[in-house]
Design a protein around this ligand. Structure first.
Ligand code: NAD
Ligand code: MG
Length: 387
């Protein structure tokens, strides 16, 4: 099997790489990364990758130097990433963070590869297009988000017509029990410490605001094609149950596992079979109890915003995601406070409500990228007002 990994040097990328190590039958085609050139080169040497690509032009020379004599080709820049996705491969991991992961995923589908999709932003910004592209080329998209992999697994052998509801769980993040006054003062250091999962910085902060769960609500709708009012979010602080599917006879099928992304990645890698995976086995007796709470829309407005976005359809997902990415940049840079992130996303959507393109159906990648661009400009302008 020929495999490429986009975002190989990130959290999902490293977990994927870890699983590939145990599979000598796999030929690594392309590995991509950002500024972590030394790690990308190490991975490329170890896996004898055909091609290593950095997203940044100024990283090309250091990457070339680090891979001198290795036999691995090197390239840099956005176009090189897209070309790398066109290299024939059977299975492609999409684990770049943010909207930058969208186009490589499209290219991978266009060449018929199975797309293991960790980059949830692809479905949030261009869900209908991505699903149509997969159908057009007879390509498969396999979910690599713990909740969506859980739903996917709970649905094996089931009829979608018998599905009444889907419940995705949320840990509640580091601020689950904090009141609004405390949230006002939440710091970057606090927001980037997740109680259960070890993940990249951006998704970790998105878990603290519940923007991650907001993206996942939309991701659920796009991937499984079910109505927003059939999708629920349940706070479950232990992160052991990842999702549940409720059927019309009242049965709930739950998926349980330790908070380790190698399960969802490995499931997608081995699909449609199951093979042994190096994840911890649960000892439920030792754990004692699993608890559940309803999410609080007042302290965590991200979920309400996601529901608004689902009602709007069209390019609202692209606007939502882009505004959220700008809000995150501003928070990381110390220019926005924690609660201002949701306020900025809210105001960006509000501002663009009068633009007819917001609700126009998503037909091409270009319009998605245009709306993404417009939303970023708008959000930056509003952010300058807020600070
Ligand atoms: P990360 O920040 O750890 O890694 C991101 C990777 O993308 C790195 O290889 C980085 O070099 C590369 N990258 C960053 N910006 C880029 C750009 N502009 N162009 C090209 N490459 C770029 O992120 P992560 O936590 O591994 O998350 C990756 C994706 O998977 C995200 O969409 C995230 O929402 C999703 N996801 C992650 C987890 C998790 O446990 N980490 C779980 C579910 C879903
Ligand atoms: Mg998730």
């Amino acid at each position: 099997m020929r495999v490429s990994v986009f975002g190989a040097t990130g959290s999902i990328g490293e977990s994927t790489f870890d699983l590939l190590r145990a599979r000598p039958d796999i030929q690594v085609v392309a590995l991509t990364g950002g500024r972590n050139v030394a790690r990308l080169a190490e991975q490329a040497r170890e896996s004898r990758a055909e091609l290593a690509v950095t997203a940044y032009d100024d990283c090309l020379e250091p990457l070339r130097a680090a891979l001198a004599g290795s036999g691995t080709e090197v390239a840099a820049g956005t176009q090189a990433l897209i070309e790398a996705a066109s290299r024939p491969a059977d299975w492609v991991m999409s684990a770049i963070v943010g909207a930058a992961g969208l186009e490589p995923g499209f290219r991978a589908l266009a060449q018929g590869a199975t797309l293991a999709l960790a980059n949830k932003e692809s479905l949030v910004t261009a869900g209908p297009l991505l699903m149509a592209e997969a159908a057009r080329h007879g390509a498969r998209i396999l979910p690599v988000d713990s909740e969506h992999s859980a739903v996917f697994q709970a649905l094996v052998g089931e009829d979608m017509a018998a599905v009444e509801r889907v419940i995705i769980t949320a840990s509640g993040g580091p601020f689950r029990t904090w009141n609004k006054a405390q949230l006002e003062d939440a710091t970057l250091a606090q927001a980037q410490t997740h109680p259960n999962w070890s993940m990249g910085q951006r998704i970790t902060i998105d878990s603290a605001t519940l923007f991650n769960k907001a993206l996942e609500l939309i991701e659920t709708r796009e991937y499984f094609g079910i109505a927003p009012d059939q999708i629920e979010v349940l706070v479950h602080p232990q992160s052991i149950i990842h999702a549940m599917v409720g059927f019309r006879d009242g049965a709930l099928m739950a998926h349980l596992g330790p908070p380790d992304m190698r399960h969802a990645i490995g499931y997608a890698l081995n699909w449609p079979e199951r093979s042994e995976l190096p994840v911890a086995r649960l000892d439920l007796a030792a754990m004692g109890q699993l608890t559940f709470e309803a999410p609080d829309p007042d302290r965590f407005p991200a979920l309400r915003l996601a529901r608004q976005v689902m009602d709007l359809h069209g390019h609202a997902g692209a606007v939502f995601n882009a505004a959220k990415e700008v809000a995150l940049d501003e928070f990381i840079a110390g220019r926005l406070r924690f609660l201002q992130m949701a306020a900025l996303v809210d105001r960006t959507i509000d501002t663009l409500l009068t633009d007819s393109r917001l609700t126009a159906p998503v037909c091409t990648l270009e319009t998605v990228q245009q709306m993404d661009h417009l939303a970023r400009e708008t959000a930056r302008r509003i952010a300058a007002d807020l600070t």
